[in-house]
Design a protein. Sequence first.
Lengths: 83, 232
Amino acid sequence: MYRAKIYVTLKKSVMDPQGSTVQHALESLGYEGVQNVRMGKYIELDIAKDDRDKAEEQVDEMCDKLLSNPVIEKYHFDLEELK
Amino acid sequence: MKFGVVTFPGSNCDHDCYSVTKDVMRQEVEYLWYKDRDLKKSDCIILPGGFSYGDYLRCGAIARFAPIMEEVIAFAKKGGPVIGICNGFQVLVESGLLPGALIRNKSLKFICEDVYLKVDNKKTLFSSCITKDVIKVPIAHGEGQYFADANVIEQLEKENRVVFRYSGPDGRVIDDFNPNGSLNNIAGIVSFEGNVMGMMPHPERCSEEILNNTDGRGIFESIVAGVSDRLI
């Protein structure tokens, strides 16, 4: 069993109005030097596979097919073995 | 001819589309349930507006894998006419039948208002009967900002596939009249083959006198004229 921690983020070329609004809010709270705020998604799921490579392969496929949209997003993930 | 209107869980404009095609256009129409795999011999499929699957994950991302969509995609790939309105447009880009993506409005606000659309291409199956150069049609969306890579935009423009652009009442296409931040003010596009169109504005909400606006009617008239021609 593996736990996948998946991060879906917007591609650089995609404008992120949410990120810039949050950045402005942080600035107005007085935090200086905050830059390039980008909002993304975090997805956690467990996958019942014994083989790490197979689990990785399946997470990749799920990300490409449904969890992220390659037109606007990219993703990366960490796999953690559950004992 | 016969229309098929798909109902996903969370669709809320399916009844409007049904009503316009039946009562205004006087054509046959049937609802197509998302779990079914039967297009009921429809000549044109409408993917209506709404919030399919609660807009979870991304708008249209889950609806795109509903059983009925397998049939709709096969139908479109064989040249069958498909129009996606609002959430339907989002389902079409998620399914890959149209290029690009629809992302959160630049203002982050849900916008519900009348906008003007410059009709940029009147030679499509969906616009051939539109008489005006600029039409007034309502929008109602939070995720309607059209985005695509620069090369896709260039290709769309080169192939004259932008059917509608947000404009002023006089047809000027400028930033001031861009409600959601869409690239090149794009409000509606057609597929390379010309049989699939997606648009964010709602023509089904402005096709009857009683609604004080009939500017959307030309889109349905175009489909009826175009498809009836094909059927003969």
